[in-house]
Every structure is written in C-alpha cells, then in structure tokens.
Design a protein around this ligand. Structure first.
Ligand SMILES: NC(=O)c1ccc[n+]([C@@H]2O[C@H](COP(=O)([O-])OP(=O)(O)OC[C@H]3O[C@@H](n4cnc5c(N)ncnc54)[C@H](OP(=O)(O)O)[C@@H]3O)[C@@H](O)[C@H]2O)c1
Length: 251
C-alpha cells in the first residue's frame, strides 16, 4: 500500500490532494492546526487509513509530531507540504510579514529537512528502487518580487530555491529522494479574497487533479495551468529595471 503524509490538509490544495490519494487507496497521514477539520476529514476514511495530528509548522514541536504521524502511517512514499499563508501587505505590517516568513520558510525547512533526514536514516526502506518523494506547493508568485506582497513573493522564491538546493544535495550525497516544486497560478481556496475576481482562476477540484497527475509523473517542477506557464515564460523575460517600475494591481 502507498502511504503519504500531507502537511496543511485542513483546507484547500492540501485537503484536495489528501482526499485524492485516500480515494485511490493510499494511507494518508494528515496534519494542520484546525483539529476539527482534521477530525471531519478523518471521519470520511477512518483512523486506520487516515491518522491525523494537530501541527503548527512554526513550532519546534512540529518535527516530533511528524515522527508520531510516521509512526502511524509507516515510512511514507510521499511527503506533501501544502502549509502556507499569504497576504498582500503594501503597508508593511511587520508582524504579518514575519508570520508569512515563519510559516512558508521556517515551517517548510523544519518539515522537509526532518523528513529528508528520516529518509537518510532508513536505508532499509529507501534505496535506488524505492525513492522517497517530497512535493512542496510554492507559487508562480515567486517568479519575481511583488511590491504588494513582499514577504509572500519572497518566501515562494525561497521555497523554490530551497527545493532546487535539496535536489542538488540529494544527487551529491546519493540520497534516495525526488523533489517536486508545484507552482500554482490562482486557485479558488481560502487563501484568496472571496470578494475578489482573479484572472484564470482554477477550481480546487481541477487543481487537485492536475497536482495528482504531476505527482504520479514525479515532475521536478510543475507550473499550472498552461495559461500560467505562458505567463511565467513571458514574465521571466521582463528585465528587472522595467519590472520594478511597474504598478501591479492590488487584490
Ligand atoms: N490558492 C492559490 O491561488 C495559490 C496559488 C499559489 C500558491 N498557493 C499555495 O498553496 C498552498 C496551500 O494554500 P491553499 O491555496 O490551499 O490555501 P488554504 O486553503 O488557506 O490552505 C492553507 C493550508 O496551510 C495550513 N497552514 C497555515 N499555517 C499553518 C501552520 N502554522 N501550521 C500548519 N499548517 C498551516 C492551513 O491549515 P491550518 O490553518 O488548519 O493550520 C491550511 O491547511 C500555500 O502555500 C499557498 O501559498 C496557493
């Protein structure tokens, strides 16, 4: 039986992927802060197939909570990191900026590093023929700094760069783990302002299906959907001296 652990499974893309995997017969450990949502999701699949733990990735205890979850699922084939927060913050409220950095950067490093070290400690499980898989939801927002969302865009860039660094490290050190950087455009989840319209926004269900297909192929980087792939291709050609003078619409 395949097993996965989904961090940030209480809503949005993490929840969608957890449900998708569990529906395909995977054993899925789920984590997040909102316990009532974890309980409700567990109720659909049962405690045996979907163990859950309350976890705040910004807290140092999160690594031990991950160990507890692994104790229940067994050695996971996939670690899926979906936890993230994001706000526009043109007024530079400092606490907001720091919260975003702690969740998206500190939290991801804590969980992903802990899992990679776990993989290294289990040569009896992970080897050439059975490689672990780590997937992190970053964002197309990491393509360049966004004046209206400095911490969000910067933390998303950091996440992508970190995954690239770990991919190189895994080759250098022969660690049996593959990485996937999942970069969505807009998806209608709780992270978006419900009162605003966004261009080319996808439903949560469609996004979940696209992510599951990318995971099956163990894609290294997955930008979706195709409209956002085109936007990113164009975006990366804009010289920074032009980009930094553009006024991007606030949502
Ligand atoms: N939706 C989009 O348009 C979009 C686009 C690009 C990238 N993304 C990225 O996709 C990821 C998932 O977001 P989403 O769109 O699915 O939004 P969401 O529904 O708000 O999901 C965010 C998830 O992160 C968890 N989380 C937040 N802070 C946490 C913490 N301190 N500890 C543990 N878990 C925490 C939340 O669980 P609890 O609150 O219960 O802890 C929730 O499960 C984020 O990284 C986001 O930046 C989303």
């Amino acid at each position: 039986m395949n097993t996965a652990i989904v961090i940030g499974a209480t809503s949005g893309l993490g929840r969608e992927v957890a449900v998708g995997l569990a529906s395909q017969g995977w054993k899925v450990g789920i984590a997040g802060r909102r316990m009532e949502r974890l309980d409700a999701l567990q109720g659909r699949f049962g405690a045996e197939m979907m163990p859950c733990r309350q976890m705040d990735v910004t807290d140092a205890s999160a690594a031990a909570v991950l160990d507890e979850l692994i104790g229940e699922t067994g050695a996971p084939d996939l670690l899926f990191y979906a936890s993230g927060i994001g706000f526009q913050n043109p007024n530079l409220d400092e606490a907001t900026e720091i919260d975003i950095v702690k969740t998206n950067c500190e939290g991801m490093v804590r969980i992903v590093d802990h899992f990679v070290n776990y993989v290294k400690s289990r040569p009896d499980v992970y080897r050439k023929g059975h490689r672990a898989h780590v997937a992190v939801i970053t964002s197309v927002a990491g393509t360049a700094g966004l004046g209206a969302a400095p911490a969000y865009s910067a933390t998303k860039k950091m996440q992508s760069t970190y995954i690239s660094a770990l991919t190189q490290l895994s080759h250098m050190e022969d660690i049996p783990v593959d990485f996937t950087d999942i970069r969505p455009g807009f998806v209608r989840t709780e992270i978006l302002n419900p009162d605003k319209n966004y261009p080319f926004v996808l439903s949560q269900e469609k996004a979940g299906r696209l992510i599951l297909a990318a995971l099956r192929k163990r894609k290294r980087t997955f930008i979706f959907d195709w409209k956002f792939r085109m936007i990113v291709n164009f975006w990366t050609t804009i010289p920074s001296w032009i980009w930094e003078r553009l006024s991007i619409v606030r949502n």
